[in-house]
Design a protein. Structure first.
Length: 117
């Protein structure tokens, strides 16, 4: 099983980034795919989640209206489009795959997002 994130970087406040997470080694459509983030000195928090089979989504209040999670089931990839970025969005962003009933969960290695002028 692999989750490989990409797309992080340094961006100015108000800018945009699109994160990608390429999945392999498991049945993508059976998992809830999520993005989490962890800022220095803070706990890891859920940013956005999507049920790939139904495209049902959920967002943290702090990112609603600015971030969009989506999937390409054929490519087994989950994306996070981040717009109107703020300094407080600075964090290490992790891709997560979870199959609740089976008790299975996988994490990527993380990609750094830094929002600064």
């Amino acid at each position: 099983v692999q989750l490989v994130e990409s797309g992080g970087g340094l961006v100015q406040p108000g800018g945009s980034l699109k994160l990608s997470c390429a999945a392999s080694g498991f049945t993508f459509s059976r998992y809830v795919m999520s993005w989490y983030r962890q800022a220095p000195g803070k706990e890891r928090e859920l940013v956005a989640a999507i049920i790939s089979a139904s495209s049902s989504t959920n967002y943290a209040d702090s990112v609603k209206g600015r971030f969009t999670i989506s999937t390409d089931n054929a490519e087994k990839t989950v994306y996070l489009q981040m717009n109107s970025l703020k300094p407080e969005d600075t964090a290490l962003y992790y891709c997560n795959a979870k199959r609740f009933l089976a008790g299975l969960e996988y994490w990527g290695q993380g990609t750094q997002v830094t929002v600064s002028s």
